[in-house]
Design a protein around this ligand. Structure first.
Ligand code: GLU
Length: 414
């Protein structure tokens, strides 16, 4: 049976890179009816970051990347000790300055065929120094605990970022000294920023929680991440989780580095927003703003903005005027008071409060007082919404209600 794991160290909050690794492992496990294991590698006690472990779990939960088994290395210290003693007894390891070291003989070659692109990779042992397996604080090093656990947990495929390639010869040597079978290694090309440099905070290196807090939908983020280095070999780009599971295969992972492009994420997120049913989108927006804005009003506004927003956080800048009176006007309308007073009169007489009827009346009015449509509607828009750009004005006025519109217009003339 296929068994894969992600092995995050709680030394920081997961970013797009680690999270893509989690997604690829998850998809590989599910595609093959295998197991997806979470192993927290918290043996580097000095580098632990408070809250990192919780953030790792929160991100996996949010994205729905459910694991089948969970292990925490700091609870398995006795196991690593036992295996290090075996190596000490066999004279393969030695103690020095309080730590346990593994002897690395010269003249050996460590090689493997990497599942990404079927590349043959080899290292001479001459370039590898003896290395620590148990530190003086009694905790194992990453290399040691990682290999012991991958063996004990029957991991069949190690799918991880290619920054670990240079660690792999040490791991192969450990498999060799224990007489264990090594798993298949698949090292994923690192994700680069748009300028082909290392990902920076500006693009993608921030915590995955940042994307959630910006109003990206988890389905969109998952879809975006799968395309970072993988494609199904056709033009299709938009895929739900079931499709991803069905199509995902290690052999289709590109050998070149994918580029993180926030515009693509925005585009995908927009597609998912438009695919979301209105009632569901209403709930998402309501929850995104922590219930601060009434959901019946949100619901009414959704048809007006669904095509225009790329992420949930775009909602409020467009729609705040539905909930709060404008505090300022983006254009000064103080010289338009006369026109506004006249239009209030027209609106007061308006019994049928429907967008198309309101629109007709407004056009008639503009014609009557011989003012250019564009100028008139800009004045009206500013007085009602405070903004130069808003969702369609007639529909917005219908939703706000006649009384509210009159109140706003009065305020603009005061
Ligand atoms: N603990 C390592 C990390 O933080 C795991 C690397 C691996 O998958 O072997 O990414």
């Amino acid at each position: 049976m296929i068994r894969v794991r992600i092995a995050p160290s709680p030394t920081g909050i997961p970013h797009i890179g680690n999270t893509r690794t989690a997604l690829f492992n998850y998809l590989f496990a599910r595609h093959n009816d295998g197991k997806f294991i979470l192993r927290i590698e918290d043996t580097d006690r000095k580098r632990l970051v408070v809250g990192a472990k919780e953030a790792i779990i929160e991100i996996l939960d949010w994205l729905g990347l459910e694991h089948d088994e969970e292990y925490i290395q700091s609870e398995r210290i006795d196991i690593y000790k036992k295996y290090s003693e075996e190596l000490l007894n066999n004279n393969i390891a030695y103690k020095d300055q309080g730590a346990v070291w593994l002897k690395v003989p010269k003249g050996k070659i460590f090689k493997w065929s990497d599942a990404i692109g079927n590349k043959q990779i080899s290292f001479k042992s001459d370039v590898i120094e003896d290395f620590v397996i148990i530190k003086s604080d009694g905790f194992p090093t990453y290399h040691f605990a990682n290999v012991v656990d991958d063996h004990l947990m029957d991991i069949t495929h190690v799918i991880r970022g290619d920054e670990w390639i240079s660690s792999t010869p040490k791991h192969l040597f450990l498999y060799e000294v224990f007489g264990w079978h090594a798993p298949v290694f698949a090292h994923l090309p690192v994700i680069l920023g748009p300028d082909k440099s290392k990902l920076s905070k500006r693009h993608g290196a921030e915590s995955v929680l940042y994307f959630r807090d910006q109003g990206y939908l988890k389905e969109a983020l998952l879809n975006f991440m799968i395309l970072l280095g993988w494609n199904p070999g056709e033009d299709r780009e938009i895929m739900d989780m079931n499709t991803m599971i069905k199509l995902f295969d290690l052999k289709d992972i590109n050998t070149g580095s994918p580029i993180f492009d926030i515009k693509k994420l925005d585009w995908i997120n927009g597609v998912y927003i438009r695919q979301t049913q209105n009632s569901n989108l209403k709930t998402q927006i309501y929850e995104f703003y922590n219930g601060k804005y009434p959901d019946d009003m949100i619901e009414k506004t959704i048809p007006l903005i669904k095509e225009r927003i790329k992420k949930l956080s775009d909602y409020l800048p467009l729609c705040e005027f539905f909930f709060n009176d404008p505090e300022s006007y983006e254009v000064d309308v103080s010289d338009k008071k006369e026109v506004i007073r006249k239009v209030i009169k027209v609106i007061e007489k308006q019994d049928v409060w429907k967008a198309d009827i309101i629109g007709e009346k407004m056009l008639d009015f503009a014609r009557e007082i011989k003012i250019k449509n564009s100028e008139f509607f800009m004045t009206l828009r500013i007085a009602v919404t405070g903004k130069k750009i808003s969702p369609p004005l007639n529909e917005s006025m219908e939703i706000l209600g006649k009384e509210k519109v009159i109140e706003r217009l009065n305020k603009a003339t005061s």
